[in-house]
Design a protein around this ligand. Structure first.
Ligand code: ADP
Ligand code: MG
Length: 165
């Protein structure tokens, strides 16, 4: 039996090397391996979050229609991270590419290896601002607030500035 197509939102970030190139390569690999690219946000330059002594990030959000199950999508994004040279050292540390699953339709997942909606998305301006480009009215299935509402409520004051349309 085939899994039905689900509308998912992902957050992409890079702060090593040619950051824009890593984002572009990740978008291409996601559309090749994970589903149909439905929308992509502008690219934003953002101050580091959590671990402050590192270079600024470029961040963006994308929407995909995917037939992959949540755990299959996670495996695919981790594989794309590895193929783009990601090496895991410290939590929240520098990376060529980070791909986080923000929303998977209205599905809620609480596994050891996967939490959806992403547990920190509402606390991160660098996640919400790009997501608001492509999903302003999408509802967070637990908080029952739209992305726009979450952005207005977000306490994060770190700089997030648009670098491309
Ligand atoms: P972070 O994104 O917090 O910097 P990593 O990218 O190193 O951390 O991810 C660590 C682990 O987080 C992944 O191996 C994955 O199993 C887990 N994880 C849990 N929920 C999610 C999610 N919604 N999206 C992506 N990874 C997730
Ligand atoms: Mg991640």
């Amino acid at each position: 039996m085939h899994n039905k197509v689900n509308h998912v939102y992902l957050s992409l970030g890079s702060n090593i090397g040619n950051r824009a190139s890593f984002l572009n390569q990740a978008v291409r690999l996601l559309s090749q391996n994970c589903g149909t690219l439905m929308a992509q946000s502008a690219i934003y330059e953002t101050a580091p979050w959590g671990l402050l002594a590192q270079d600024d990030f470029l961040n963006m959000a994308v929407a995909l229609d995917t037939a992959l199950l949540p755990n299959e999508l996670l495996a695919a994004v981790l594989q794309i991270e590895t193929s783009l040279g990601r090496v895991r050292t410290e939590q929240w540390g520098p990376r060529t590419i980070d791909i986080d699953i923000l929303l998977y339709g209205t599905v809620v997942v609480a596994d050891k290896s996967l939490t959806v909606p992403h547990p920190l998305m509402h606390e991160r301006r660098f996640t919400l601002q790009p997501l608001a480009d492509i999903a302003p009215n999408v509802l967070h299935p637990l908080f029952k607030k739209t992305v726009t509402e979450l952005l207005l409520l977000c306490p994060d004051t770190a700089a997030v500035s648009k670098v491309t349309a």
